[in-house]
Design a protein around this ligand. Sequence first.
Ligand SMILES: Cc1cc2nc3c(=O)[nH]c(=O)nc-3n(C[C@H](O)[C@H](O)[C@H](O)COP(=O)(O)O)c2cc1C
Ligand SMILES: [Mn+2]
Length: 487
Amino acid sequence: MDFQDFLKTLEAAGELHRVKAEVDPCLEMGAIADRVSKEPGGGKALLFERPKGHAMPVLMNAYGSRRRMEMALGVEKEARGLDAIADRIEKLIQEAMPKPGLGFFDKLAKLPMLAEVGNWMPKTVRKGICQEVVKTGDQVKLSDLPILTTWPGDGGPFITLGMSHTVNKATGHRNVGLYRLQVYDDRTLGFHTQLHHDGARNRHGYGRDERMPVAVSFGGDPSLTYAATAPLPPFLSELMFAGFLRGEGIEMVKCVSHDLEVPADSELVIEGFVNPGELRREGPFGDHTGYYSLADDYPVLHVTAITHRKNPVYPATIVGRPPQEDAWLGYATERIFLPLLRMVLPEIRDMHLPAAGGFHNLVIVSMKKEYPGHAQKVMNAIWGTGQMMFSKAIVVVDEDIDPHDMNEVLFRVTSNVDPRRDLLFTDGPLDVLDHSSDRFAFGSKVGIDATRKNKPFDGFRREWPEDLVFPEEVQAKIAARWKDYGF
Ligand SMILES: Cc1cc2nc3c(=O)[nH]c(=O)nc-3n(C[C@H](O)[C@H](O)[C@H](O)COP(=O)(O)O)c2cc1C
Ligand SMILES: [Mn+2]
C-alpha cells in the first residue's frame, strides 16, 4: 500500500474529511488539527486541499484514531485489532525458542513464520515514483513545500512527519527515525536527533572530515511511518520491522545525490548531508510534552535534492497537549511491544501508557506478584529497558486489575498504598524534552507499588481486608430479574 492508497482506503471508510477552503499552514492548519484530534476517539483524518500559497495538499491526523492506526497496520479486520500484531510476535518468539528433542532440520521445518523473515527484508529496485520529479542545485527550495508552523512560539516552520534515513558506519545498519526538522532557509534544516536515539548515535560514527548522508522520506506504506516512531533496539531495522508488519519487504530506490536508499513509493524525499561538528540553535518547538521544548544546539542538514511523485500529498502532524494524533502511535507501541516486554518480564500481565503521560511519564503495569520485592524488581527492570528508561512514574497493580481502567487504578493507588512503605525513589535518564528536572536528560523517578499486601512475603502484620464482591449467584439473580425491579 502506498500513501495515496492509504488515503483512498481512509476515504472509502468514511475516515477522511476534505477541507476545501484555503487554509494557512502557519498556525491555522495546526489549530484545526489540534481541535479535531482532541475529539472523542480522535476525529477524522484531514486533507487540506488548498494550503495557502502552495499547490501540494497536506494530510494530517491520518494515524489519529484506533481504527486508522489499525488500518495503517492492516489489522482493522482482526478481532483483536492491534493486539493481533502482538499475537504474531508472541508466536514468532515461541517458534524461535529451541524445542527439546527436535533435530536442527526438524526445527527449521517447524518454523513457518521464521521462514518468512526473508520476505520482510527491503529490496532494491531501479525506479521509484518518488523520483518522478527531481530537483537539484538551484531548483531546491524548501519553501515550495507546505511546511507548517504549528505553535506561535515555535522557532520557525518544522517538518513533523518525515522519516530520516541514516546508516551506522561501523555496522552498516540502516536506521529510520521520525525526527522533526526545523526550516532555517530554502536549503537548510535543523536535524533534531535526540541524544538517546539511533539517529544521534549514527552521527557519532562519522569521522572529523566525513559528511553524513541523510534522506528524509514522506509517505509510502504507513507501516514504516509507525516503525520510525517505534522503540526498536539499534540492531533491529525499522525497514525490516515495517516489512514484518505489512508482510512484504519495502522496495527501495537509490537517492539521486548520495548512496542512501529510500522507499521507492515515497510521496516526497529530501536528500542532504550533515557536516561534522556543525551545530545550530534549534527550537523552541511546541512539543508532545504539552510545552515548548527549549531551544538547544543540534546538527544541520544541508539539502542537496528534493524528489517527489507527480502529485504528492504532504504528510504532517501537530504535537502538543495530549491527546493528539501521536497518542495513537504510542498506543500501537503499547500493544505491539507488550509481548517483547513479557519476554524478559513474564510476570507482567498488561501495560498502559496513558496519553496524558506523554508516553514516558506514566507506566501502569499489572503483574503476578510471587516473592518479596517482586513489584520493585519489575519497576527496576522497566527502568532498564530501552526507551522505557525514561519512565518517570511506574504504577504496579495486581494481575486481576485492568491497568487501562483509570478509576480502578486510582482506587488501588489511593487505597492500597502506604506512601512511606510503597514508594520507591530512584534517579536515571529522562527524555531530553522533559522540563521538570533541573538537569538536562537526568532526574528522579518514582515507583508506586499499589498491589495488595496480603501475601505472606509482604510482611504485612495486620489482616488485609478482602475486596467487596457479591456472590456469583446473587449477581446472576439480579441480572435475570433486572426488569422485575422496574428498570
Ligand atoms: C510525532 C513525533 C515526533 C518526534 N520527534 C522527534 C524528534 O524531533 N527527535 C527525536 O530524536 N525523536 C523524535 N521522536 C521520537 C522518535 O521517533 C522515537 O523515539 C524513535 O523510536 C527513535 O528511533 P531511533 O532510535 O531509531 O532514532 C518523535 C516521535 C513522534 C511520534
Ligand atoms: Mn532505530
